[in-house]
Structure formats: C-alpha cells, structure tokens
Design a protein around this ligand. Structure first.
Ligand code: ZN
Length: 272
C-alpha cells in the first residue's frame, strides 16, 4: 500500500512535469474506483486549464486549478506516472493529457483509489477531520500525549488513526514503536509523556528517511510485493516475525492488533 513517503515522492516526481501546463483532456477508461469518478465534472473543470499548485494532505494529493482541487488518493495499489501514449498497460484507468504531449497516467489494479473534485478541500468529507501532518509544526510528543489520556486503545492503533496524526501506516507505526521501545499493544493512555516525545521523533525520522531514499525515480514506488523496495532493507520488525531481533537476538513476535498484523520484539519493547 502506498504510504505517506511514496505519496510525497509521487508529488515531487510529477510536479515538475505537469505544473502550469495546459490540460488538453481527462480520459477515463474505468470510472469505478472507490467512488465513481465524476468524469464530466472533472473534464469541465480541467480542460484548457492548468494545475497551479500540487500539495499533499496525509495521503491525499491535491492538484489545484482555478482555486478548486482534484483530490487523488492512491488507495491500496494505485500509482501515478508520467507517460507517453504508446505504452498503455493493464489497469491504466485514467490519463490527464497536457497540450505539450505529457500524460499523467493513473494505474490501480485493485481500484481502491479515488479521483474526486472539491471547491474547498478544508471542508471535504475526506479531509475535514484529518489530524496534523507528522512532518508539520503541530506534531510532537505533547500532541500525542494530550490526545492519548484515558484512551485504552492499543498505542499502535492510536498512532495509525488519521484523526490523531495523518499518514502513519502499518510499516511506520511498527518500526517507530520498535525504535522507541514501546510494545504495540500497550494502552495509549498509559504510555508516559517521555515515551511519546521519543515516539514522535522516531515517526518523523522514519518518514523523512524514507522520503529521502524514495525521492529518486518514479520506478521505485512499488516493488514486486507492493512494498516500497527502497525501504525494505532497513525494516527491523515489520514482516520479520520469527526472525531474530537485530538488537538482542530474541525472536520477533507476531500479533494481530485491530485486524492488522503487528510485529515486535518482546525483549526490547516494554508493555505499558
Ligand atoms: Zn530485541
């Protein structure tokens, strides 16, 4: 699943190719994504216009045009790439074509992504309740600590809740909890402030590092198993159940928390 760093890398990758270029067509081959693509509406809004700005909110890309925005989410398996007409692949559902011949192409085998239009991202139902950006100024240990009081929910679910902070997926939650030595099943409300300071720092560090590693080419987005290939090398617990902890040699344990596979080192990570 594309995580925040892949979305940020996508933004940085496509931006220089499409910004301020005249849009000539919006072509939809398959409109049945997570929500039906409002093709006619988007065509009316975009054709002969330009994208003046591209931003990211959580894992949503906002492509701004005439003070309104195209909202794009990559879902479970979506990707955007800069392409040319002759290399159409299976699952290439949407093209945004530009007058100079550039094509921004959307591919999504599982079709959980979205292409929607909004005249006000702040109030859009997908965006209005989102918590702060982990790489923004409003995210830190105090923020997590304050919102966590009296919560019995496992800390892993707590930091993966987009109302608390956006864009912390399973990989980053697992790895940040390992780095800050907190067991993923710990009750959020019992984890002390100092640990939240550390956890927030580790989340930021992991995301920054991953963006840095992924920021080279568009080809790097998806490896063979839909994991970002560039990040796999440095995983310490995610996907390592049964293997030995790099720090202490104990076997990494697996556990299901809130329907999701979790992994942790029972020796390095304390329960709260
Ligand atoms: Zn360990």
């Amino acid at each position: 699943m594309p995580e925040l760093p892949e979305v940020e890398t996508t933004l940085r990758g496509i931006e220089p190719h499409i910004l301020n270029k005249k849009i000539s067509s919006f072509l939809v081959r398959q409109d049945s994504l997570r929500w039906v693509v409002p093709t006619k509406l988007i065509q009316n809004k975009l054709i002969n216009k330009t994208f003046s700005k591209i931003t990211r909110r959580g894992k949503y890309l906002l492509l701004e045009s005439s003070n309104e925005s195209l909202i794009v989410h990559l879902g479970m398996s979506g990707s955007l790439r800069i392409s040319s007409k002759d290399n159409l692949k299976k699952h290439d559902h949407i093209d945004i074509c530009f007058a100079d011949g550039t094509i921004l192409r959307y591919c999504d085998p599982r079709r959980f992504g979205c292409f929607l239009w909004t005249n006000d991202p702040e109030t859009h139902f997908l965006l209005k309740d989102l918590g702060p950006e982990p790489l923004g100024n409003h995210f830190n240990g105090d923020h997590l600590f304050d919102l966590s009081r009296k919560r019995k929910t496992p800390i892993k679910n707590f930091i993966m809740n987009s109302k608390i902070v956006v864009g912390v997926g399973n990989i980053y939650a697992s790895e940040a909890l390992f780095a800050s030595k907190i067991r993923p099943s710990s009750k959020a409300g019992r984890v002390p402030r100092k640990k939240y300071d550390l956890l927030a720092q580790e989340i930021v560090k992991l995301l920054r590092e991953s963006i840095k590693q992924g920021g080279t080419t568009l080809r790097d987005f998806v490896g063979g198993n839909n994991q970002p290939g560039y990040f796999k090398q440095s995983l310490k617990v995610y996907g390592r159940e049964g293997e030995n902890c790099y720090d202490c040699s104990f076997p990494i344990k697996g556990q299901r928390i809130g329907q999701r596979a979790s992994a942790y080192c029972p020796n390095c990570q304390s329960n709260f």
